[in-house]
Design a protein around this ligand. Structure first.
Ligand code: CTP
Length: 395
């Protein structure tokens, strides 16, 4: 996202666009704000000018207009236009080609992707005129972001509230991504498993699910159909991803097997427990007996089973190692019949469980090793997907 035109129209949610502008700026984008006259009643141009470090435009003509035409100039440069909040009035003008202010004129002059974030009273939003106008825009390739439901500024409850800036930011990024996994049915596992000892105790590990959830989100953004099977985590399911929550390795095994048939790509990022208590006590064990409790048995190795039954699916495993990192990972790739293994040394700073970042190596079937630098798990997900894409295409 290099150059973003942030169109702001008159609505109470306009105050939220200050935060949205900040998110784009922080991501390295150049943000040009264009406001309708009504928008300036809700948020001051000075606020947005200060946050973006650029003059905010409202008028068709300015001092530079002798040699340049402002709306054409803006439109030529832009990589994306995001209109948030988009009022019913501006949506109507856009749908019918009216060009009576800088925002609507710029919209007509541009060829880059356009994202509209409607925000209005629930009855206005549901009105057939507004719905029809949005359909017109959608049919012309404009991406419409569904408003949230909740308490609206007018005091009523319903659909029409502008989504949070972070969600609009994520939606924009997702609209701009190349859909190179379009239609690929993908199964992702994430998080830890919990193996109960009794009703109040379990064996588990510190996995938070961040890596698997980031992969599921990245896949969805790139057009894949994603089924996420996750052990217990505190994370929210990414938008438009189908999630099955599980607890134990046995439940994960069942859920994976139920979905395996229809998937052509499987990424097993879950930290599955390798063993479980051989017996689960029905009642809470008293502490004087607790030490006799732990008698373990192995769980099924889910990924190994998938590898035995692979057909032409593409299988990706993860390996968390503390020594002989590459050779251990290579052996796992062979043993489980994988196409790619993502391995990290969990002793390295910034890598491994519960960290926002990770440093991994990608090892493929040919033994090629790609060592990636330390990066956040979102960026890492896209690097892993780039590698998978390359290997899938050249298979
Ligand atoms: N895995 C799995 N089922 C298990 C254990 C692991 O599907 N019961 C998967 C993990 O999701 C991961 C890969 O296998 O993608 C490797 O997991 P890891 O724990 O690193 O390896 P293990 O095979 O369990 O070997 P070890 O614990 O001895 O290193």
């Amino acid at each position: 996202m290099q150059k973003v035109i942030l169109g702001v129209t008159g609505g109470i949610a306009a105050y939220k666009c200050a935060e949205l502008a900040r998110l784009f700026v922080r991501a390295g984008s150049e943000v040009q704000v264009v406001m309708t006259p009504a928008a300036t009643e809700f948020v001051t141009p000075l606020t947005l000018q200060t946050l973006t470090g650029r003059p905010v435009y409202m008028e068709m003509y300015g001092p530079e207009s002798i040699e340049r035409v402002r709306h054409v100039d803006l439109a030529e440069d832009a990589d994306v236009m995001v209109i948030a909040p988009a009022s019913a009035n501006t949506i109507a003008k856009m749908a019918h080609g009216l060009a009576d202010n800088l925002l609507t004129t710029t919209y007509l002059a541009l060829t880059c992707p356009v994202i509209v974030v409607p925000s209005m009273n629930v009855n206005m939003f549901n009105h057939p005129a507004v719905q029809d106008n949005m359909k017109i825009l959608a049919s012309r390739g404009v991406s419409i972001m569904e408003p949230d439901s909740g308490e609206l500024a007018c005091g009523v409850y319903g659909r029409g509230r502008m989504p949070e800036p972070a969600d609009i930011f994520a939606f924009t990024r997702s609209c701009l991504r190349e859909k190179d996994f379009k239609g690929v049915k993908t199964l992702v596992t994430a998080g830890p498993t919990r193996e109960p000892l009794d009703p109040v105790r379990y064996i588990s590990n510190p996995s938070t699910g961040l890596m698997g959830f980031a992969l599921a989100r990245a896949l969805q953004e790139r057009g894949a159909e994603v089924i996420l099977i996750s052990g217990p985590t505190a994370l929210a399911c990414p938008a438009e991803v189908e999630m099955t929550p599980v607890n134990t390795a046995a439940e994960m095994y069942e859920a994976v097997m139920q979905n395996y048939e229809n998937c052509s790509l499987v990424i097993k990022a879950a930290a599955v427990s390798d063993f479980r208590p051989a017996r689960v006590e029905a009642e809470k064990v008293k502490k004087d007996k607790a030490l006799d409790l732990i008698n373990l048995e192995p769980t099924d190795d889910i990924l190994k089973r998938l590898g035995q039954n692979k057909a032409d699916r593409f299988l990706v495993g993860f390996a968390a190692e503390t020594e002989n990192v590459h050779s251990n990972a290579r052996q796992k790739l062979e043993r489980k019949n994988l196409d790619l293994i993502v391995v990290n040394n969990i002793k390295e700073p910034g890598a491994g469980f519960a960290s926002e970042t990770n440093r991994v190596s990608l090892i493929d079937r040919n033994g090629d090793i790609e060592e990636l630098p330390l990066m956040d798990k979102e960026a890492l997900s896209h690097c892993i997907l780039d590698k998978i894409r390359l290997l899938m295409v050249n298979r």
